[in-house]
Design a protein. Structure first.
Length: 321
């Protein structure tokens, strides 16, 4: 169905009442047009509230849109909308929508962060009516920075964020982070999260050609998105709730893959949004904890891992020695 210009897809995962309902915004952020992006975020959040969603997730850079090559122009634009400058808009528009059913909104934006370093932090914020979303305890700073982002941002280095709720225990990653297994292994084997929330501006286009065997793709990065969401979910046996941007960047021409969705602890995709069009996904009654336990009962990768590797005390790493 459509509402407020969005295509909306609703799915019921299980008949188990009381389980979490998740809303994922597979949307495009126009560059440079923060006013339009704010309206879109607000409209989508209002729909999620009307549809009795408990957890609403938005893509990376959903307020500003993504970087582009003109450093001076891009820096001036992005620097005008850091989270400290957007705080009032968030508090006045999104916080009033948080209530007994819509408990959490996940958004992403850049911020200056502590210290004197001139580069920004790429930060994901967990909005809940009981806490100040600018507290460090509610922020995840992106660790792995690809290409152009290194010009504007600095790494969160050893950062991680775990939120333990009655709906489940959640870890957080941002885009390129998902290419690296170590952080996900920490979340799975040390923090024992039930799900990872991944927000992204993950592009689709990229060419790989193997002429001798007649294999070619011009959507290499899109292929990686689909593959990694499934494989990381399966081998770590947690849910992946992934929200990606979609559409073409107005200045750079970069095309984002969309394909937001939910992957079960088996690695099986439950629902997946369009790679080309804006959509709101709503999945009801997702039994986060129960389904993860079922998967572990069937085949426990974690137990097998722990038979070979041991966790080094007071460190976030493992050894076989």
């Amino acid at each position: 169905m459509t509402d407020h210009g969005f295509n909306i897809r609703e799915t019921v995962f299980s008949p188990k009442e009381g389980s979490i309902s998740i809303g994922i915004a597979n949307i495009h952020a126009t560059v440079p047009d923060v006013a339009s992006n704010r309206k879109k975020i607000l409209a989508a959040t209002e729909i999620f509230k009307e549809k009795r969603v408990n957890l609403a997730v938005f893509p990376e850079f959903c307020i500003t849109g993504y970087f582009w090559e003109n450093y001076e122009e891009c820096s001036r634009y992005m620097g005008s909308f850091t989270v400290d400058k957007e705080r009032n808009w968030v508090m006045d528009n999104l916080y009033p929508l948080l209530e007994d059913e819509l408990l959490i909104i996940v958004i992403n934006n850049i911020r200056k962060g502590p210290g004197t370093n001139q580069k920004y932090l790429n930060s994901t914020f967990v909005l809940n009516k009981l806490v100040d979303f600018t507290r460090e305890e509610s922020i995840y700073d992106k660790i792995m920075l690809p290409g152009i982002e290194k010009n504007y941002c600095r790494s969160g280095l050893d950062d991680r964020l775990v939120i333990d709720t009655k709906m489940g225990k959640f870890g957080f990653t941002t885009c390129y982070d998902y290419c690296f297994s170590a952080l996900l292994q920490e979340y799975s084997r040390i923090d024992h999260v039930d799900a990872v929330i991944e927000v992204a501006c993950w592009k689709g286009t990229g060419t790989r050609a193997y002429q001798d065997v007649n294999v070619f793709t011009d959507m290499y990065y899109g292929y990686l998105w689909d593959t990694l969401m499934a494989s990381r979910s399966a081998t770590n046996q947690f849910w992946t709730i992934a929200c990606n941007a979609v559409g073409k960047h107005e200045i750079s021409g970069e095309v984002f893959w969309g394909g937001s969705g939910i992957w079960a602890p088996s690695g099986i995709n439950i629902v997946k949004a369009s790679n080309y069009n804006e959509e709101l996904l709503i999945v009801r009654n997702v039994d986060i904890k129960g389904e993860r336990e079922k998967e572990q009962d069937d085949y426990d990768y974690g137990m097998d891992f722990n038979e070979v590797y041991r966790h080094l005390e007071d460190k976030r790493t493992f050894t076989r020695l």
